[in-house]
Design a binder for this molecule. Structure first.
Ligand code: ASP
Length: 349
């Protein structure tokens, strides 16, 4: 069957589809909120979120702060050389530079971010320093690097031999074509045939944590779209696009083609919808549908996924394309990986 025919057969998931959102069985009552360690929970995007959650849980399970948990958690994929869409092992831009975007946000609206940062292994920690040690929210490029070095971060060459090889492969066609990510990541398996540099040329870890004291925090970090134009910044470091947290409501984060998320202030929209009473699942779905409605043709060939958790620890997600998943970790379940519902059940690639 051709891809087109397969796509035409793909159907919109109807109301009868099973609800895959993780509800967790927690009491929604404010009195029960955040009063014991078992109330803590961390969620994050994609299969690599499982290992990241584990690191975050080492802090949350001890009664630690949600902000420390999300920073420590997302550092795991940032250091994973087999992960080509986050941190040190990330694929470079069109000109061969690995440039990283990250943001972090606390329940009270404090936030920090870096964009197009080069040579630093943990952009999330630089983002936290921006939040805690400057009057600013976002530092970019050279200035972000200068700040990181002043703060004692080590300057490194981030372009790994594997990423460099993939970039040289890509240069043969030099065609910028964001992939739709489906099923599982191929990192560590040498990529998929036919797509230079592997099938997956973008993804992000977005993480949301609720600690035992009822404090929420979020973090988001990525190398962005592989082979992007130099200077391109995605949604991940844009507060309200790739990440938003409001302690009174909940938090949301995104993955996928960042331009679409920025155009719709995606994570802010999800949080505002939760504020109006939507469940995390409903809010993510409505935000996805807004993107699809605005650009129905374009959205058939691109991926955007949202993940949200409200202040009661209820979790939901939704994506345009099949294949998005999110990891959940709490006192009862450590390594859960849950497939997200999506608009399309079959994708082009
Ligand atoms: N949102 C990221 C960006 O646009 C990429 C992704 O998560 O797939 O930079």
């Amino acid at each position: 069957m051709t891809d087109r025919r397969r796509f035409l057969k793909a159907s919109l998931l109807g109301a009868s589809a099973p609800l895959l959102a993780w509800a967790g069985g927690r009491s929604a009552g404010p009195a029960a909120r955040g009063t014991k360690a078992s109330a803590a929970r961390v969620v994050s995007t994609w299969d690599f979120g499982v290992a990241a959650n584990r690191a975050a849980w080492a802090i949350l399970g001890q009664g630690g702060h949600a902000l420390d948990a999300v920073e420590t958690g997302v550092q795991v994929p940032e250091s994973d050389l087999k992960n080509h869409s986050v941190g040190k092992g990330g694929y470079p831009d069109r000109d061969g530079h690995v440039t990283l975007d990250a943001s972090i946000m606390d329940a009270d609206g404090s936030c920090g971010a870096v964009a197009a940062l080069e040579h630093i292994e943990h952009p999330i920690s630089v983002a936290r320093r921006v939040m805690e040690r400057t009057p600013h929210v976002l530092l970019v490029g050279e200035g972000a690097l200068q700040f990181a070095l002043e703060q004692g971060f080590r300057k490194q060459d981030l372009l790994t031999p594997e990423a460099e090889q993939a970039w040289h492969e890509w240069l043969k066609t030099a065609k910028y074509q964001p992939s739709i990510n489906s099923e599982v990541h191929d990192y560590g398996k040498g990529g998929a045939p036919g797509l230079p540099g592997g099938a997956h040329n973008h993804d992000t870890i977005g993480m949301l944590a609720l600690d035992a004291h009822g404090r929420l925090a979020g973090a988001c970090t990525t190398s962005g779209m592989a082979w992007k134009l130099r200077g391109r910044v995605g949604d991940s470091p844009i507060i309200g696009a790739g990440l938003y947290v409001d302690g009174e409501v909940g938090g949301a984060t995104s993955t996928g083609v960042g331009e679409e998320v920025i155009r719709n202030a995606g994570s802010f929209l999800v949080v505002e919808l939760m504020r109006q009473g939507r469940s995390p699942h409903e809010a993510c779905k409505e935000a996805v549908m807004r993107i699809v409605k605005k650009r129905p043709e374009a959205s058939k060939t691109l991926q955007v996924g949202f993940l949200a958790m409200n202040r009661d620890g209820e979790v939901g997600a939704y994506a345009i394309q099949h294949g998005f998943s999110y990891a959940v970790c709490d006192a009862k379940k450590q390594d859960a990986l849950i497939p997200s519902q999506s608009v399309y059940t079959t994708s082009y690639s």
